[in-house]
Structure formats: structure tokens, C-alpha cells
Design a protein around this ligand. Structure first.
Ligand SMILES: [Zn+2]
Length: 226
């Protein structure tokens, strides 16, 4: 259940109980108005330091892979990217390999990238934002969706567990634990399915109305320009 549905339920309860009192309104909350790193508008930030490089998983057929060099490192990997006006981490879990890229796979769209490690690692928020989903979802298993504002969202799926500090509707800083990599939902083994989505969540299909983006398609963050 998300906040909107909870709000509707309260609205109906209120209307049924007393038609003259104003219905309670749950304010969904604007996206976090964050600034550059260190800006006082930011929620407290975590210590996550993204790896500078990403390698294909060896011994696996990596579908939809971006170009790699002779040792399977992703060529021109950009650990920090700019999506719209939002600065994001491309791989929000460390010491992982790329198991699958973005795009059609076995006749179905693959709306994110798959990252895995052994043992499974801690998954972190890719940018400051607001938690708008933190729940089980069919296919995705335990999943968290963060609204980063400016029409940019990230999803973290197949989590073994969602971090107890992740609160629906609450602000979350960059680099804070979202959960533990796992294999919940439709997953053959532990991995993070990570999506970058653009659009407006406030549509009839909610997250399904957002447009998945290829994380490898965005320019690198250049802090000289911001
Ligand atoms: Zn996936």
C-alpha cells in the first residue's frame, strides 16, 4: 500500500464517519529540494563511495552489455552520471559485476541493469530523494522506489531485506543503505536489479507509467559544471 492509497482509505473513512468535517489530507510531499554535496538542504548523506570501474561477470553470458575491453571491463564506465538535472550513481552497490545490461532480453524488455556479487552486498541510495515505495511487488520481490525530484526515480529490486531505516514517504540521503542484495521475486540468484526511470509518478499507472532509462546512456557528472 502506498501513501496515496492509504490517503484514499482515510478519506472514505472520514466521509463515512462525518460528512461535515474536512477529510484528512495526507500530503504526499514534494521531492527533496537537495543541493550539491554538502548543501544544507540535503538530508544527511551516507558514506557510500562508488567503485570507479565495472566489469562483466565472468563465466556468464551477459546480455545487453555495453562495450567492454579485452579483460571484460566496461569501456568508458561512468560511476556518477547526470540524469536530467539529477546526479546519480550508476552502480549503487560495490564490488559487483555486471550480469545483464538494459534492453530487450528473451523477447521481453529488461528495464534496468543487473549487478551481482558473492557474497551479496549492501545496496545504497543512488542520490538524495524521497522513498515512495518500499514493499513487496510481484516480479520485483522486495523493492524500493526513490523519487529524486525533477522527474527522476530509481528502483532497487530483488532485495533480500529492506533496511529498517527506509521509511515510506521519508526523505533519504545519498549513499544510505536501502537493503541487502537478494533473490526475492523473479530472480534466479542474488543480484540487484537497478532501474533509472523518468516521468511523473503521479499518473494512473504509478511507476509503470514511468519510462525506464539505460543507465549507461547518460553523461558523466562533471562537478566543474555545477
Ligand atoms: Zn534485472
Amino acid at each position: 500500500m502506498n501513501l496515496r492509497i492509504a490517503g484514499l482509505g482515510l478519506l472514505f473513512l472520514a466521509l463515512g464517519a462525518c460528512a461535515t468535517q474536512p477529510a484528512p489530507v495526507i500530503v504526499y510531499g514534494p521531492p527533496v529540494d537537495y543541493g550539491p554535496p554538502g548543501d544544507e538542504r540535503n538530508p544527511p548523506q551516507g558514506a557510500f563511495q562508488p567503485n570507479a570501474f565495472l566489469r562483466q561477470c565472468l563465466g556468464l553470458g551477459v546480455s545487453n552489455s555495453p562495450p567492454v575491453d579485452g579483460e571484460h571491463w566496461v569501456v568508458d564506465f561512468k560511476p556518477v552520471i547526470v540524469v536530467g538535472q539529477v546526479v546519480l550513481v550508476t552502480a549503487p552497490v560495490n564490488d559487483v559485476c555486471l550480469a545483464s545490461g538494459f534492453g530487450p532480453r528473451n523477447g521481453r524488455p529488461h528495464d534496468g541493469i543487473d549487478l551481482t556479487s558473492n557474497p551479496p552486498g549492501t545496496v545504497y541510495s543512488a542520490a538524495p530523494g524521497r522513498v515512495i515505495e518500499a514493499r513487496w511487488s510481484s516480479g520485483y520481490g522486495n523493492q524500493v522506489l526513490i523519487d529524486h525530484g525533477r522527474g527522476v526515480y530509481t528502483r532497487y529490486a530483488h532485495l533480500d531485506t529492506i533496511d529498517p531505516a527506509v521509511q515510506l514517504g521519508a526523505a533519504i540521503g545519498y549513499g544510505l543503505p536501502v537493503g541487502q542484495m537478494g533473490a526475492t521475486g523473479n530472480a534466479e540468484g542474488p543480484h540487484l536489479h537497478f532501474e533509472i526511470l523518468m516521468g511523473n509518478y503521479d499518473n494512473p499507472q504509478a511507476s509503470k507509467g514511468l519510462a525506464p532509462q539505460d543507465p549507461f546512456s547518460f553523461p558523466a557528472y562533471d562537478n566543474l559544471g555545477y
